[in-house]
Design a protein around this ligand. Structure first.
Ligand code: ZN
Length: 149
């Protein structure tokens, strides 16, 4: 995808998040870490999460990749930081559904990440947008298995 093909608002938000990602870094005290990559584009994400009392207490990511993958991770971390695990699971489901099936009606529960609905026009880039969310889904699964739920 040429990012210039997106409308200005979407483009600016994606550029802002990609250039100045929020929650970027490492959490040495993380309960769960997930490393995922998207070989078709070369995106890599390392997601680290501190869980406490069924909540995402802290979240951070590092890695490398295209603007879409980095912006999506930044937007997702903004959204789920401090939320409960069940809220985050719902948002992951809504986000993945948005990109797979329902791009015309982005849900307002997704915050800035709703703009990534625009990516659906560029099927090759959907995996870039979903990478961080799949990493979070996996981190939550690991945490639940760890907790014996
Ligand atoms: Zn990518």
């Amino acid at each position: 995808m040429k990012i210039s093909q997106l409308n200005d608002l979407y483009r600016q938000l994606i550029i802002d998040h990609a250039q100045h990602p929020h929650h970027h870094g490492q959490l040495p005290q993380a309960d769960q870490s997930v490393n995922l990559n998207n070989p078709t584009c070369g995106d890599v994400i390392d997601l680290q999460v501190v869980f406490k009392d069924q909540q995402i207490k802290e979240i951070a990511f590092s890695g490398d990749g295209c603007s879409i993958s980095q912006a999506s991770a930044s937007m997702m971390c903004d959204l789920v930081n401090g939320q409960t695990i069940s809220q985050a699971k719902q948002e992951i489901a809504v986000f993945l559904e948005m990109l797979m099936n329902n791009p015309d009606e982005p849900s307002d529960i997704l915050g800035d990440a709703a703009v990534l609905a625009a990516v659906v026009k560029f099927p090759a880039r959907i995996k870039c947008a979903t990478l961080a969310w799949k990493a979070l889904e996996q981190a939550i699964t690991q945490e639940e298995q760890h907790a014996g739920n």
